[in-house]
Design a protein around this ligand. Structure first.
Ligand code: ZN
Length: 181
């Protein structure tokens, strides 16, 4: 079973190992995202099979085998999980590098180049490290805002920060493909 979708930025021999590959349980439920490097090992050892290949075709060569770089793979054996691994919600904890990546290094207040992360509700007042409370910010905006809320600082968020929903979106696509096949 193989579906093809067009996906994201260009893949090169240098960057393919860092790509995220969606890992599905044998039941087609999304488990998590793993690095392409690990996904390829699962494919080569028969622990997983491809569900969606990267488009356009990108060959991964290992010894005398060539396989396609996958976007989504599925475990060949079901693994039982007591707690389902769910896509993060707005109130899950986020790391600062992950927030910068989510916001594409753009400042949430001026859309300039951002290398720091702002707590919308300040940390000094109990503002948590969650997807909804963190936003990428440039140095000047972060300094101007200081220990204030955006309202107090007279600053406005250009977008509402949320948990990245990539896993949820791709899971929906898997169900859709299954229903259509
Ligand atoms: Zn800024």
């Amino acid at each position: 079973m193989l579906f093809r979708h067009s996906q994201g930025p260009e893949i090169t021999a240098d960057n393919w190992i860092h790509r995220g590959v969606l890992l599905l349980n044998a039941s087609f439920e999304a488990l998590t995202e793993i690095r392409a490097e690990r996904a390829v090992v699962l494919l080569l050892t028969g622990s997983a099979e491809p569900v969606v290949d990267h488009e356009p075709y990108f060959p991964i060569r290992s010894k005398d085998v060539e396989i396609a770089l996958p976007e989504t793979i599925r475990l060949t054996r079901y693994i039982y999980l007591e707690h389902r691994i769910l896509a993060p919600d707005d109130n899950s904890r986020a790391t600062l590098p992950a927030v910068l990546r989510r916001d594409h290094f753009r400042c949430g207040y001026c859309s300039g180049w951002a290398r720091t992360v702002d707590h919308i509700k300040p940390r000094s007042r109990g503002g948590p490290n969650t997807w909804a409370n963190l936003i990428a910010a440039c140095g000047p905006c972060n300094t101007t805002k200081a220990d204030r809320t955006p309202e107090e600082a007279g600053m406005r968020l250009l977008w509402e920060p949320k948990a990245p929903n990539d896993i949820a979106r791709r899971q929906r696509q898997v169900w859709k493909d299954l229903a259509a096949s």
